[in-house]
Write a protein that binds this ligand. Sequence first.
Ligand code: Z57
Length: 826
Amino acid sequence: MSAKKTNVDRGVTINKSEFKAAVVKHLHCTLGTDENKANNHAWWKATCAAMQEQVLEGLRKTQKTHYLNDTRAVHYFSAEFLMGRLLSNNLQNFGLFDVANAALNELGISLSDVLEEEPDMALGNGGLGRLAACFIDSLATMELPAIGYGIHYEHGLFRQEIQAGAQIERPDSWRDYGNPWEICRPESIQEVSLYGYVETKYGENGRIQKEWHPGHIVKGIPWDIPVVGYGGKTVNVLRLWQSKASGYFNWDVFNAGGYVDAQVENVQAETISKVLYPNDETEAGKELRLIQQYFFCACSLKDIIRRYKRAHGDDWSRFVDQVVIQLNDTHPAIAIPELMRILVDRAELDWDKAWAICTKVFAYTNHTLLPEALERWPARMLEKILPRHLEIIYEINHRFMKEVDKKWPGDNSVKARLSIIEEGPEKMVRMGHLSVVGSYAVNGVAELHSRLVKENLFPEFDQLWPGKLTNVTNGITPRRWLKTCNPALSKLIDSKVGDDWPLDLKKLAGIEKYASNKTFQKQFMQVKLQNKKVLAEEIKQSLGIDVDTDAIFDVQIKRLHEYKRQHLALLYIMALYRRLLENPDYDMHPRVFIFGAKAAPGYKLAKDIIFAINKVADKINNDARVNQKLKVAFLPNYRVSLAEKMIPAADVSEQISTAGKEASGTGNMKLALNGAVTIGTLDGANIEIAEEVGDENIFIFGLTVDEVKALKASGYKPYDYYYKNAEIKAVLDWLETDYFTPGKPGALASIKQSLLDHGDQYLVLADYEAYSEAQEAVDKAYRDKERWARMAIINTAKMGKFTSDRSIKDYVERIWKLNACPVVKE
Ligand code: Z57
């Protein structure tokens, strides 16, 4: 192959014949098979192993560099990392994709088939977990010293099957046949204590000394996943902890003849990292969940302290210069009292010194305002599992309340609002409050969201500590979400602006000048059409539905939640269906509504909405009267690898949450980056997307945050809309018939009920008319081919702001104060 002109400087170069030799070697020596016997799965593993040689060289060099430079590093604590597949990403980031493709080709193997063999690493629920994955990609790309810390779940997010329209959850067994990327590090095993009681001792000089006598000890085994930066120079790690029974703890039971009892204990210990909780934005309140959180925080802190002590011994004075810990939501907030425990009880620092360290180490990101997502743990539960931590939390709160009293003397209501402890029939610990008090910086994830965090969620905190609450708008990695998932569009962009836009996404602005150029429009829309054909094939394979690629591909992909309002789109689909039945000549461009969404297994209405979408889809897709114009496809098991196929094929991006509810959204950025035009509310990052692309290139509709507030204050009555708008009434009534569920009237009635009798919390009916009008504007715009092409191009061109590299730059400059640490050739 001839060397290509490139602006990207690379850490690794290996040629096609070397790559080919490495794959064959691993096929023989790692997998014990050969070219004649190997199936695609074996080829996948051999290709990963060949890659992993390069990855591990990069990892070794990076770790050596970081060690020699004794760098300050960020430690990203997150209960979720939604990594997806790694082979295509690692190949791309090393610049070896074409090399691997050609090498496998010569072996008679298709790289794209091989890539499909990789199970998604789905150790996350949705936006928050995927954000963590994008962030560690950016950190490595920007050569920043960083480590991700999380949980090595045996089972990630459940696999979704759709049976007779309903969601069925199946276990995800991503590691059953091995994970070629992870490295076990038994030399770094940690032990974690749980349960037991606290003993108060009085040391000499009257110092009160607390000693926690734990009831259980479990082991944390670290598994390292290398994180390859674009350019392949820095390779950081994601360190995930697996729980195991700690051998010696069971000896007594064991020796007493309790072999079976000991095994039962083992099972309990190993349960900790068994499974990811599948609730997105609802707090589970389960004991095991709290144990999971503490388990990975305690392991990670010990790991950090071990590394620090290796360089600095017992001198804690430089800890805050070396270590910053970012808390991804409150899930790791228990790390705050844990660090206090280590400093006060173990290192025997006095409280004030320890607190000064703590509050210079932690920073906290808030991802939601939804009350049901704000974590609160019963004090009784904490007392049982982590008795010493509860004491520490009380002490933190006691001192904090004194500070509040200084600012607002005698004001008990402000104390009640700010207190970490919520009094009531059951005393609760508010983890958000603990995080704000224990951190030096708190950020929301989009401008609007951060404003609402300040004004509504933590109002007095902003007065107490001006400047502590801030914004860092989310971002997405353009390596995975454009370069890798949309190679055709990437090549078209390369031809106009050069190939270094993945490192400097503002360069996409260079295609704006072609937005009205007929040739470029044709090329751009030709790429879109090709991507639509690929997705149409996937829809055919998975659902047996034929879709017309000339139709508008209208895509809504995200977790199923009432606030995201998939049912608003559903009502509109039913309305279109009805309009077409009433008037076969109803003037609309053909449209395919495409959904992907998982519902939390215990979230009844979310599951009902999935069921309703599928039932309405069945009816519409099989109704010849409307099939030239309308189809609905619900693709099962939405996940990162499916998103990578759906996003490049989307014409329209649905971002229709109730204003004020979606903290940011990141799917909105991925879709716009790939040339989809947004129909959306003034919510989350939609607002900033609109600012970037301009009002002419986005379809904004619906109530604003202030209007939502005013409407609720005035007493929102959904029945008013039902009686006022005949179409709303007709489709809601339709849900109660057996039209979509023959022989089973009422099977879809819960949706109508939630919107009428249960108060329509998310104002679906209030926004319906505006949504319907915005959809008509979409229809009109799409029919003007040149106008649409221009809009799509401008969307891609103006997404520069939303690279996660910019988010990370914001964190680095304003919160983390980190320096890049380039890995140089040896
Ligand atoms: C989650 O995915 C998000 C917030 C949460 O509180 C939990 Br729990 C899970 C999402 C927000 O809903 C999105 O709006 C946001 O873009 C994403 O986090 C990343 O910040």
